[in-house]
Write a protein that binds this ligand. Sequence first.
Ligand SMILES: [Cu+2]
Length: 300
Amino acid sequence: MRNRLSAKIFFSVVQAVVAALVLVALGGVASALAAEPAPWGLGFQEPASPYAERVNDFHNLLLIIIGVISLFVTLLLLFVMVRFNERANPVPSRTTHNTRLEVIWTVGPILVLILIAIFSFPLLYFGDVIPDSKYTVKVTGHQWYWSYEYETPEGEVFSFDSLLLTDEEAVAQGLPRLLAVDEPMVLPVGTPVRFVVTAADVLHAFAVPAFAVKTDAVPGRLNETWAEVLRPGTYYGQCSELCGTGHAYMPIMISAVSEEEFLTWLKNGPDQFASAPSPVSPSPVSPSVEPQVHLAHASE
Ligand SMILES: [Cu+2]
């Protein structure tokens, strides 16, 4: 009776493990095609910056280490269940200490952690130190939209708001709902761009998975990060700090183009965005009515 039960449990565990592996494999396939969230996408989005590529490699290394450890512990548990159950081992040993074993299970994990540190610290610094960049974008989080500020090579500064499209507008343009905006951030490909990130009201976070970028946007403070986009295309991100009821309605949409196209766009920027109504910056004490309008618009 007990044997049949343990066989049943064993097979359901095997089934669960196989199902999980299949899901991970499928997720890997799905995410390899997308610079946006995809159904059943369990893996990372395809990396689109040198930093994201390294983060991806590091993640894969950790996955191997975790896999080996989990397999080892599972085998140990199975061994104990078979070898030391009540029937196989009626008179249990009374041993409480084993110095050699205790040294091994302390030193072993330390070595694993050192191995991880050897790979993770250079990666941390690679992401943290901003390379010489010709272009800077100032990113400001608002309740509930992003605004982007650029400077032309001639030193003219312009900025614009990036507002969520309604579901109908997004569908009409063949863009993903809740991710597409009216004016995307435009970036050049193949050259590092510095992001200066701040917020106008509450905490937000500027996060773009394909660039492995996630930086807090804090009122009164400038945080820096960077990305070098490897391929032209459209990339999506989302605010990643719970910032109020419109948190889900302030996506980040980035259109990456060649440096020439970017420079043309940049030079036209002051004219293109001068006529646009200037953003009503909501002050921390009196929230602006404008974002509420966008939110109501978006959630219809
Ligand atoms: Cu936010």
